[in-house]
Design a protein around this ligand. Structure first.
Ligand code: SAM
Length: 227
């Protein structure tokens, strides 16, 4: 029986990489990387020199077989994504499932992930929340927005920066302008921003920006929340 490690990596600030993550990556036989070039820089920074192979969303189905063969041959493998926790809007789920099904140990080296980092900073209710990740780009997008608008619990969404304003405009059609939201941008990085307010005024404010760059988590409070 071998071990599959899902290792969280920084979402911006390299100091967030845990000593245990470094130890584990130094101990495994191979590292499966979402992008071997991106991870190469991180691994080099921490002087981790291990064989790598690519393991991204587009080859995950095919590469799971390879990964299971390695585990079956007695190798311990780590999965890392470009940033944050593998398996959370990133490759990892299929590998973890297959490793379990083949009788291997699956363990996580916890660390940063954008969703929980954002929700903790938002000051919006975090006792219950729904993680939506990226909404579907076309089919089903509107239905999902309507469900979120109707939700009584906080929702966490990953949004690309160039879609944020359009998203807020569209979502505003399904909720009151007083709905509380938080936009968390560039978390743990130099230009980190955590801004909260009611969707009507937030949409107007963010529309006025020349450009919106960086990585964004959008938090939407439940429909009955007020302060
Ligand atoms: N696995 C990652 C995690 O654990 O958070 C998520 C990967 S997903 C492909 C990338 C999305 O996460 C970005 O589009 C953005 O919505 C969010 N994200 C990642 N890093 C972030 C950061 N530093 N600040 C804000 N959002 C971030």
């Amino acid at each position: 029986m071998s071990t599959l490690f899902l290792v969280a990596t920084p979402i911006g600030n390299l100091s967030d990489f845990s000593p245990r993550a470094v130890d584990v990556l130094n101990s495994v036989d191979k590292i499966a990387c979402e992008d071997t070039r991106t991870s190469g820089k991180l691994l080099q920074h921490f002087s981790i020199d291990k064989p790598k192979f690519s393991f991204h969303l587009h080859n995950e189905h095919h590469k799971v077989e390879h990964l299971i063969n390695l585990l079956n041959a007695g190798e311990n493998i780590a999965i890392i994504s470009d940033a944050g926790m593998p398996g959370i809007s990133d490759p990892g789920f299929l590998a973890a499932r297959a490793a379990h099904q083949n009788g291997h140990t699956v363990t996580t080296i916890p660390g940063p992930d954008a969703a929980t980092t954002a929700i903790a900073a938002s000051g919006l209710p975090s006792d219950r929340y729904m993680f939506e990740g990226f909404l579907p780009p076309k089919k089903g997008r509107q239905t999902r927005m309507m469900e979120i608008a109707d939700s009584e619990v906080t929702t966490v969404i990953y949004v690309s920066p160039h879609k944020l304003v359009r998203f807020l405009d569209r979502f505003s059609q399904f909720c009151e302008p007083t709905r509380w939201i938080c936009i968390a941008r560039e978390l743990t990085k130099k230009f980190e921003e955590v801004e909260r307010g009611q969707i009507g005024e937030m949409a107007e404010r963010w529309k006025k920006r020349d450009s919106i760059k960086g990585e964004i988590v959008l938090i939407i409070a439940g429909k009955n929340y007020s302060e």
